[in-house]
Design a protein around this ligand. Structure first.
Ligand code: AMP
Length: 228
């Protein structure tokens, strides 16, 4: 299964990308997390990406496409992968299609998690992420439930930077939604519902499209999450 997660910042791309990856035992590849990891290491990529991320701008297409292509060429991506935060522009989407075609692969579907801009702003203001593993923290929690790491506000979640990221999404990433829609690969879901409902809706749509056999494994994942 090869999927792309689309949606405004804080729509739930990371949450549902991680749940899908966990359910189907395939890698969850988040370009934002890869850039943040490079920034923590303060390597060349990190220093380059930081300049754009701090301003709420997109890192140049070539840089983003290179790290994704390198990651997708790794053995663990053979059975499938969930791409979260890539592609964010039409040139990136085209480059992804070309790179996959050269490996006799293709994106099966692009999940578009829909929320309003007002909801994105509200969620960003309240969002805390784990400074160790990048998971989104539970509301009101101080530590990450995945790894016990401290939860912090992302530097690019400040109101000014977040507002700019929403503008950038409308101009540069909304055309990516249209790109997948025109190709009949778009799966829109209502992101304003509770997490378990959104997740089950994604899985039911994937089952209906024949991308997964049944939504049953997703039910088991949700039950495990609730039990935790
Ligand atoms: P995210 O964690 O997906 O919200 O990404 C955080 C930031 O990383 C974005 O605001 C961009 O600056 C940068 N970024 C992540 N993915 C991409 C991409 N595919 N193309 C360009 N910039 C990206």
């Amino acid at each position: 299964m090869r999927l792309v997660m689309l949606g405004l910042p804080a729509a739930g791309k990371g949450t549902h990308g991680r749940l899908l990856a966990q359910t189907f035992s395939i890698p969850h590849i988040s370009t934002g997390s890869m850039f943040r990891a490079a920034m923590q290491l303060n390597n060349d990529l990190g220093r380059r990406a930081k300049w754009y991320i701090d301003r709420g701008e997109l890192v140049p297409d070539g840089v983003a496409a290179e790290i994704v292509k390198e990651r997708l060429s790794q053995e663990d991506c053979r059975p499938g992968f969930i791409l979260d935060g890539f592609p964010r522009t039409v040139p990136q989407a085209k480059e992804l299609d070309a790179a996959l075609a050269s490996m006799q692969m293709a994106i099966d579907a692009a999940i578009n998690i829909q929320i309003s801009e007002a909801e994105a702003i509200r969620r960003i203001a309240n969002r805390k992420v784990c400074s160790q593993c990048g998971s989104t923290g539970d509301p009101g929690a101080e530590v990450c439930k995945e790894c016990n790491g401290p939860l912090v506000q992302r530097p690019d979640d400040t109101p000014e930077v977040a507002r700019h990221r929403l503008e950038v999404y409308m101009v540069q990433t909304q055309p990516v939604v249209d790109y997948y829609r025109e190709q009949g690969r778009l799966v829109p879901v209502n992101g304003l519902q509770p997490i378990d409902r959104v997740f089950m809706q994604i899985c039911q749509r994937l089952a209906r499209m024949g991308i997964i056999k049944t939504p049953k494994p997703c039910e088991a994942t949700i039950r495990r999450e609730v039990d935790q």
